[in-house]
Structures are given as structure tokens and as C-alpha cells.
Design a protein around this ligand. Structure first.
Ligand code: C2G
Length: 130
């Protein structure tokens, strides 16, 4: 069984998130998704609309996702990969190069982001009444 892991906030779940998870699952047979906690998002400088409880349940309900774990800090990836026996780490290419240091314990694949959609744009559109 080829196990894949990815990380993210997944706020205001949208098509770009869905495409990422679909393509992440295509890389293997079992997909683990680490969803950023509300506390970690403060460290990331991200203000979420949906609380962790909702964001993690929405991600868990996605057919491509096999397991959800909390992402509480920047440092946990190595332990997550080892303890979950992960073969592939994947994330959107906005992070290209950021996680190459994990290449000693798993393959690193950066997936092209879906163009034209982002949580911040959605927020701006909603705020301006579009
Ligand atoms: N994404 C995408 N296309 C978009 C928007 C997002 O492919 N139009 C991808 C991102 O590249 C990321 C995932 O969807 O792989 C989740 O996006 P965010 O919730 O913005 O995640 P981020 O804040 O980048 O968290 O430790 C890593 C961080 O937790 C990543």
C-alpha cells in the first residue's frame, strides 16, 4: 500500500482544495491529510472563517481522504511521515522547494495549484458583495 500525506488549512473548502486532494490520492492508495488547527493558523498568520472542527470534518468527508490528523506545528511532518509509514509527501506548488528536506524519508511531489481560486479571493468577493 502506497501512503500519501498532505497538509493544509482547507478553509472555505473549494474546488482548488478538491483538485489537490483528488490528485494527491492518485499518487497512491491511502491519503492522510493534516489539517491546520486554529492555534497553528494563528502561527501561520491565517485567520480562518471555519473552525478546525468544521474544516477537519469537511476534509474527512471527501471521498479521496482516508485519514485526517491535526497539524499543530511546522516541525511535526517528519514524525508524521515516519509514524504513518508514508511514501509520498505532496502539497501545492506554492510551497515548491519548502519541504525538500524531507526527501531522505519519502518522495516529495509538488502539485500545480488550481488557477483562479483561493480562499482569500473568496473572502474578498464575499466581503465586497460580489
Ligand atoms: N491549493 C491548490 N489550488 C488552489 C488553492 C489551494 O492546489 N487554488 C492547495 C494548496 O497548494 C495546498 C492545499 O490546497 O496544498 C491547501 O491550501 P491551504 O489551505 O491554503 O494550505 P496552506 O495554508 O498552504 O497550508 O504545513 C503546510 C501548510 O499547512 C500548508
Amino acid at each position: 500500500m502506497k501512503k500519501v500525506i498532505t497538509y493544509g488549512t482547507f478553509d472555505l473548502f473549494h474546488f482548488g482544495h478538491l483538485e489537490l486532494l483528488r490528485r494527491a490520492k492518485e499518487l497512491g492508495d491511502f491519503l492522510v491529510v493534516a489539517v491546520s488547527t486554529d492555534e497553528f493558523n494563528i502561527i501561520k498568520g491565517k485567520k480562518c472563517i471555519y473552525p478546525f472542527e468544521h474544516r477537519s470534518k469537511i476534509v474527512e468527508a471527501i471521498q479521496y481522504v482516508d485519514k485526517v490528523i491535526p497539524e499543530e506545528n511546522w516541525e511535526q511532518k517528519r514524525m508524521d511521515i515516519l509514524s504513518n509509514k508514508i511514501q509520498i509527501f505532496t502539497i501545492g506548488d506554492d510551497w515548491k522547494g519548502e519541504f525538500d528536506k524531507l526527501s531522505d524519508i519519502c518522495d516529495i511531489i509538488y502539485i500545480d495549484r488550481t488557477k483562479g481560486i483561493s480562499t482569500s479571493n473568496l473572502k474578498d468577493n464575499l466581503a465586497s458583495g460580489n
